[in-house]
Design a protein around this ligand. Sequence first.
Ligand code: GLU
Length: 305
Amino acid sequence: MPSQIHSALQETPRATHAPGRPGYVGRFAPSPSGPLHAGSLVAALASYLDARAHQGRWLLRIEDIDEPRTVPGADQVILRQLQSLGMHWDAPPVWQTRRHALYAQAFAQLQAAQRTYDCRCTRRELSSGPYPGTCRPRPGVLQQATDTGRKARPSWRFVVEPGIETFQDRWLGAQSQDVASEVGDFIIRRADGLWAYQLVVVVDDGLQGVTDVVRGADLLDSTARQRQLARALGLPCPRMLHVPLLRDPQGRKLSKQNHAPALDLNRPLEALQQAWNDLGFVRLPVVAPGEFWPLATAQWAQRFP
Ligand code: GLU
């Protein structure tokens, strides 16, 4: 394992082993762009049940790295919502905005391995398809010193590997993606200086010792990229389970941007039953959240051993 990330790994408190699946560590990683809604609860519930079903540990990570999208106070609302539903984390939550040094270290490691380059392509120059590698350094070809009309501040891209990336998803089965031709070299540091989601999620999952990622299927498409980044950083690739997305009547992903209503915490059992049903299970014959958890955990363990 490369030494820089390895030393950070030793400083980051790691979850301890428990029986069940030894060493299982799961996480829920909400972006605090608003309170949890029915769609985010489905992902939270699935990741919580999977951790409990494997007698593992469940971590909470507040993904507030995209500061312009953060809504002040939303993190505290999310913490309260989870607690009032009976979902308790096993280690103090972490906030990405307090972890810049770790991301900088990982970025430096990728730079040292020549897996990054700066890119001044403007949005106008790029189509919505894969990045064509316009700014990728080519051996023996000098980079242009002045690029008039191009972006003053560069973004930074990760040099992807050629070939097909395959992995097994515990819900969806075998998956594959040719990252080089379908995505191309992707941004790990934005032109505004912020770390990109793809980089921080890989660094955090790796340093927090996450063994199992359970999240919404909107992120399925990011997994192959994240596996390439993890390998480049010498970090293990977690097992994956992507749960189906909830959609609004127009067929759009239920999200804060689409004004999905916050959960009604006056009726916590109803919120849990609804999310459980959205995951494809039959509502449980219980009258209180305290009765919901053991039954749901047992059924989840059978379905996802
Ligand atoms: N922060 C992301 C979101 O709220 C989730 C990231 C992940 O689970 O990998 O959609």
